[in-house]
Design a protein around this ligand. Structure first.
Ligand SMILES: NC(=O)c1ccc[n+]([C@@H]2O[C@H](COP(=O)([O-])OP(=O)(O)OC[C@H]3O[C@@H](n4cnc5c(N)ncnc54)[C@H](O)[C@@H]3O)[C@@H](O)[C@H]2O)c1
Length: 247
């Protein structure tokens, strides 16, 4: 099964790996991303007629509508949406100010809502949405007061959308990645952080963007046809684990 999928944040990391995978399965892909540099890089790696790259800030409703107009003109109504646009910050609760808190929620949660609403209204009956949450949306990971709150909200939004859109044949799920080797994490995690994370992960390693893309593809595709409102962790066992034996 294939169709037209919109991927926010599709110019880097998990979104880019998802774009690459969907294209290999014959999907048409519209990438909405705010980074001109990342889009230029994606343009070099995703050459082909079945991809459209549009510079778009997902927090800007008008820009999202314009980008979706372009996408629809190129490939018809969207069948799939992947909300991968996001930013991460590691700041202690007592040092987080309201401005930072608002900024993270605005991009990770409100931006996902804006893209989801605009895309879903353009879907014919039938479709699939995958929101990229995080293990930090379920667990109280230190330093993630804004980021974790934004992803917790995204998880709840996923469930509400699944409940409301199911009758239209639109399934809505989330993936919850653990630490994945992407530009975002390379900036956020120093050597000490990487050691702490690895100690807590039964598989003892970071994930690759392609491993998250595979889960997103499953949820978008016919193989996931009765999976709705689910949060699929892609985390090497982080959420499942309690105490671990030292190496
Ligand atoms: N990498 C991880 O370990 C990890 C873990 C859990 C969840 N996630 C989530 O996965 C998603 C993708 O992260 P990634 O690691 O691939 O990061 P990334 O930085 O490689 O990619 C994120 C992309 O989102 C784009 N973006 C940011 N703000 C935007 C905006 N306002 N409008 C449009 N595009 C915007 C960026 O330009 C970038 O291309 C994020 O939502 C992130 O929170 C990542």
């Amino acid at each position: 099964m294939s169709g037209h999928a919109v991927i926010t944040g599709g110019a880097s990391g998990i979104g880019l790996a998802t774009a690459r995978l969907l294209l290999s399965f014959g999907w048409q892909v519209s990438v909405l991303d705010q980074s001109r540099d990342a889009l230029a890089g994606a343009d070099r790696t995703l050459r082909g007629e079945e991809v459209l790259l549009v510079e778009t800030d997902v927090t800007d409703e008008e820009a999202v509508e314009e980008a979706l107009d372009e996408a629809e003109e190129a490939f018809g109504p969207p069948f799939g949406l992947v909300n991968a646009a996001g930013i991460a910050r590691d700041v202690p609760f007592e040092e987080t100010d309201a401005e930072l808190f608002r900024q993270v929620l605005e991009i990770n949660l409100t931006g996902a809502f804006i893209a989801a609403k605009a895309t879903v209204l353009r879907m014919a009956d039938g479709g699939a949405v995958v929101n990229v949450g995080s293990v930090s949306g379920l667990r109280g990971n230190a330093g993630r007061v804004a980021y974790g709150a934004s992803k917790g909200g995204l998880i709840t939004m996923t469930k509400v959308m699944a409940a409301e859109l199911g009758p239209r044949g639109i399934r809505v799920n989330a993936v919850l990645p653990g630490p994945i080797d992407t530009p975002l994490v390379r900036e956020l995690h120093d050597a000490e952080q990487r050691r702490i994370w690895r100690e807590r992960i039964p598989q003892r390693r970071y994930g690759e963007p392609e491993e998250v893309a595979a889960a997103i593809h499953f949820l978008l595709s016919e193989a996931g046809s009765y999976v709705n409102g689910h949060c699929l962790s892609v985390d090497g066992g982080f959420l499942a684990a309690g105490i671990l034996r030292p190496d």
